[in-house]
Design a protein around this ligand. Structure first.
Ligand code: S5P
Length: 261
């Protein structure tokens, strides 16, 4: 599926979720569809990344449980930086349990994810109850959920039926589920947002099964909307310069898809 030919701003009009509409409009306004996968293990480094690269991104993706010196001060400061530089925060928690358990994991514990993450994600594997449980916490706080439909890793078990069933679950929760973590667009419905990890210019993968495609391939061939880049930027000598390259490449591919360039 080639993905929507409409602009993000046009698609925002079709969104049942106000946060999805805000996200789509933000990408056009800021001219970036780059999400930074900020996979670092120290608070200071995470904050420095948000400060340095915030102007170039639409979304900052965290794995809060890999931070070794976490304090609530970190997420408070992240929220300030998100406001200052206009990006959304996505905690890549990949919830995967029954509804009652994920409610606690989302709302409580040390991390209190629902208090600071605009967007979270979950596996659809347990069935609709997981979405229902997360929605009970997230909807009142105007948060949103992405479902994992297909992963970037070699040998994953998410076949075409799994992706189609994931879309069907999402369709039952249109105000809370705003899109998918996927390698390709799943529907022609313009309100779904497709975010793709496993993006890098050089390199086909890593030693642990990660597989990469280029930004152009992700956006133009596979119809995704947002490129998620981690080590392609984090391992570069100049992270700001690298982020600019991914941003330009991803956004130009989107403009090309809309016929604007
Ligand atoms: O299918 C997936 C889904 C995700 S969210 N494949 C992934 O790689 N991810 C995440 O994207 C992964 O957890 C990591 O944080 C990021 C990719 O990092 P990179 O360094 O390989 O770009």
């Amino acid at each position: 599926m080639r993905g929507s030919l409409l602009s993000y701003t046009e698609r925002a009009k079709h969104c049942p979720s106000a946060l999805a509409a805000q996200f789509l409009r933000l990408m056009d306004e800021k001219q970036t569809n780059l999400a930074l996968s900020a996979d670092v293990t120290k608070s200071d480094e995470l904050l420095a990344l948000a400060e340095q690269l915030g102007p170039a991104i639409c979304l900052l993706k965290t794995h809060i449980d890999i931070i070794s010196d976490f304090t609530p001060q970190l997420t408070k400061r992240l929220m300030e930086l998100a406001k200052q530089h206009r990006f959304l925060i996505f905690e890549d928690r990949k919830f995967a349990d029954i509804g009652n358990t994920v409610k606690h994991q989302y709302e409580g514990g040390i991390y209190r994810i629902a208090d600071w993450a605009d967007i979270i994600n979950a596996h659809s594997l347990p069935g609709p109850g997981i979405v229902k449980g997360l929605a009970e916490v997230g909807l009142t706080k105007h948060r949103a959920l992405l479902l994992l439909a297909e992963m970037s890793s070699a040998g994953h078990l998410m076949n075409a039926d799994y992706a189609a069933n994931t879309l069907a679950i999402a369709e039952s929760f249109p105000e809370f589920v705003i899109g998918f973590i996927t390698q390709h667009a799943l529907s022609t419905d313009p309100h779904w947002i497709y975010l793709t990890p496993g993006v890098q210019f050089n390199g086909s993968g890593d030693k642990l099964g990660q597989q990469y495609i280029s930004p152009e391939h992700a956006i133009l061939e596979k119809g995704n909307d947002v490129i998620i880049v981690g080590r392609g930027i984090l391992a570069a000598d100049d992270r700001v310069k690298a982020a600019k390259k991914y941003r330009d490449s991803g956004f130009n591919a989107y403009l090309q898809r809309c016929g604007g360039k």
